[in-house]
Design a protein around this ligand. Structure first.
Ligand code: FAD
Length: 463
């Protein structure tokens, strides 16, 4: 068959690209070897947040007594929880399928492989295309000594499908996926241990933001071994012993399961890119320009396979850009910031320049901070850990970065992303009337704090 656009991969990059290209009048074929929705909808963002949401409920129930509500006998039934989670995933997969169909996108189930610069094999069909968008995503990294077997050593997909609560879970990797899943199981009642090779969890994140999360892990009794390397493991399912090299010497962590979450690599080796003449870099990413074109101008790459950060919303935006460029629009991928959220306890959300990076670059900045412990709404919800931190340019007062650790950080960051995209100054944020009592007031107060004008905290002019 012949089409204007072939999209390979139906994740948040690919399905969004397919819908946008179809909206713009293109004949589109979407090839997906699994369920549409990709990692994000089926084994990533959505199922993890569904289970994290339930784990927060368990936490709330356990701490309700301090607010005068005694909830006895909180029990976790992982089988029913999984059924509920799978229902959420199914609804979203159905929604994606409906949108694709309603927009006139032809869906093909099967693995796609290039046969030339203008054709690919999808299952047993050859699809000729004028333009192609590669959106094949990524897969988890394996480490020596810990091959995934779905039983003793699991990846994030395995961790999201457990039907029995592990009594003891060893998490190797303190990045956002390891931390989110570790926190999830710690909240549900597992004894969790986290092992991280670098000197802090969430490497690359402002240590100031990581502080409240690290303290909460400690309070929960989750040991975190930093600067530690996982060497290997012995034992049978349920009776494992992971050998870990720590700065204090080798230790053994006794556990039922080992979750390895040490990062993801681009999935660029299964599409026969070389037959289309598309290049990959040393790490397997497909290099692209600001229109998301590869070295072959009519072949585009988006999402995890096209580079960091590996986030769903970045993939979707790139998908829109690629589709618009194919339709002849003057689109480019040029965001001022790509916000990122870690759904731990408390949540961390960042947008724009971080303080340590600004200082390392020798930029003259002012910094405003506002603690949730001073905010009425946070107190009223009994969630007072954390703060909002705003970084501004000392001369122009332009907002450069907003970083939040605390309740609802993931929702609060969108105001910041809009402010950064619109080129807002700190006074723009500080002067905007925010409704009371709400958590976003902390963003307004942090902007005011940077200017020495916070009302509900004592001012210490930034810099
Ligand atoms: P994917 O979603 O990986 O989709 C690629 C699709 O291509 C897959 O469906 C695959 O089956 C298909 N495919 C691959 N090769 C072929 C082929 N040859 N032929 C046909 N089909 C093919 N991101 C966030 O922004 N927020 C979060 O909260 C978040 N949480 C996450 C939690 C976990 C546990 C994980 C693992 C990831 C999470 N992510 C999160 C990351 C997010 O899932 C990815 O960034 C996003 O899915 C990338 O989208 P994509 O379209 O590039 O690729």
């Amino acid at each position: 068959m012949k089409t204007d656009v072939l999209v390979i991969g139906g994740g948040p990059g690919g399905y969004v690209a397919a819908i946008r290209a179809a909206q713009l009048g293109k004949k589109v074929v979407l090839a997906e070897r699994d369920r549409p929705g990709g990692v994000c909808v089926t084994v990533g963002c959505i199922p993890s947040k569904a289970l994290i949401g339930v784990s927060k409920l368990v936490d709330k129930a356990k701490s309700a007594a301090e607010m005068g509500v005694d909830i006895d006998g909180v029990r976790v039934d992982l089988v029913r929880m999984q059924t509920w989670k799978e229902g959420v995933v199914k609804k979203l997969v159905g929604g994606v399928q409906f949108l694709l169909k309603s927009n006139g996108v032809e869906q093909r189930t099967g693995e796609a492989r290039f046969v030339s610069q203008n054709a690919a094999r999808v299952g047993d069909e050859t699809v000729e295309f004028d333009a192609c968008i590669v959106a094949t995503g990524s897969r988890p990294v394996q480490i020596p000594g810990f091959p995934f077997d779905g039983e003793r050593v699991i990846d994030s997909t395995g961790a999201l499908a457990l039907s029995e609560l592990p009594r003891r879970l060893c998490v190797i990797g303190g990045g956002y996926i390891g931390l989110e899943l570790g926190t999830l199981y710690a909240r549900l009642g597992s004894q969790v241990t986290i092992v991280e090779m670098l000197d802090q969890i969430l490497p690359g994140t402002d240590p100031d933001l990581v502080g409240p999360v690290a303290r909460k892990l400690k309070k929960r009794g989750v040991p975190v071994h930093l600067k530690s390397r996982a060497l290997g493991y012995e034992g049978r399912p349920g009776e494992l012993s992971a050998r870990i090299e720590t700065p204090e010497g080798e230790i053994a962590i006794e556990c039922d399961r080992i979750l390895v979450a040490v990062g993801r690599v681009p999935l660029s080796d299964g599409v026969d890119l070389e037959k289309a003449g598309v290049l990959r870099d040393a790490k397997g990413f497909i290099p692209v320009n600001d229109k998301r074109q590869t070295n072959v101008a009519h072949i585009y790459a988006i999402g995890d396979v096209a580079g960091q950060p590996m986030l769903a919303h970045k993939a979707s935006k790139e998908g829109e850009v690629a589709a618009e460029v194919i339709a002849g629009r003057p689109s480019v991928f040029d965001p001022k910031c790509i916000p990122a959220v870690v759904f731990g306890d408390p949540e961390i959300a960042t947008a724009g320049l971080q303080e340590p990076d600004a200082r390392a670059a020798g930029r003259e900045i002012i910094v405003g901070k506002f603690p949730f412990s001073a905010l009425g709404r946070a107190l009223a919800s009994a969630e007072t850990d954390g703060f909002v931190k705003i970084i501004g340019d000392a001369k122009t007062m332009a907002a450069l970065g907003v970083h939040i650790v605390g309740p609802g950080a993931g929702d609060l960051i969108s105001e910041a992303a809009l402010a950064l995209e619109m080129g807002a100054l700190l006074p723009d944020i500080g002067l905007t009337i925010h409704p009371h009592p709400t958590l976003p007031e902390a963003v307004m107060e942090a902007a005011k704090a940077a200017l020495g004008e916070a009302i509900h905290a004592l001012n210490r002019r930034g810099g």
